[in-house]
Design a protein around this ligand. Sequence first.
Ligand SMILES: Cc1ncc(COP(=O)(O)O)c(C=O)c1O
Length: 282
Amino acid sequence: MTKILVNDVLVEEQDAKVAYNDRGYNFGDGIYEYVRLYDNKLFTAKEHFERLLRSAQEIGLDIDYTVESLTELVRKLAEANGVTDGGVYMQITRGAAPRDHAFPTPPVAPVLTAFTKSYERPYEELKNGVSVVTTDDVRWLRCDIKSLNLLGNVLAKEYATKYNAEEAVQHRDGIVTEGASSNVYAIKDGVVHTHPANNLILNGITRRVIQWICDDENITFNEEPFTVEFLKAADEVIISSTSAEVMPVVTIDGEPVNGGQVGPITRQLQEGFERYIASHSH
Ligand SMILES: Cc1ncc(COP(=O)(O)O)c(C=O)c1O
């Protein structure tokens, strides 16, 4: 039987219920994280839970959890479900209260839920690359917060799905921000370009790992905005996320990137990523 974490308690899936007036359900008023498990170890858990605590702080959500307590809870859940390779999704909402936009006063207890998912790494796509389409970024201006409000991302991903693409690369007035659930990179003349980690994108943990690899290997990591045209003319393009890892992009809006071939810097970053999986999974 699959266990779900509800606050600090593991319950059977059919018993995991949330209130109709939970603010996560009514307003998307909450935050989340998604942590990867490789070979029974959590990858970059510290970075993920630090980001969760930051997201909580940014939305004025008071929680008692620490990086250590969250890591412990997630380990307990993965172990209970016998998940060794896959991921753990965790969200915390501002809790259940009569519906009113302003925060409940006095505050109510936040509601944490988490579940696990077993799956294999996307080997085929990592080898051959994926297709993306470009679309307007219609989201709010605090994309740095990993909030439950994902309607813009949902609509972008649905647009990609409609056009048989893996991901939608979003742009604001022609400036590439990020994917619906990934960060985006253009590699040109040996330099890795990606949008600065400001309020317009989520500062991806995989993005940070890519930055570490670039630092290790003397590859310039340039955090300056670039256009859709620049992306389409790049030598290599990648997207990254906890589940997609360092994913090559071989077509954009139906046009091939680098003749549809995965390039050498992408391969170098993928190899570096393997080393980080080995050194940063605990
Ligand atoms: C909007 C968005 N950007 C970027 C990312 C990549 O972040 P990470 O590498 O931490 O998974 C995600 C992950 O889900 C995302 O939803």
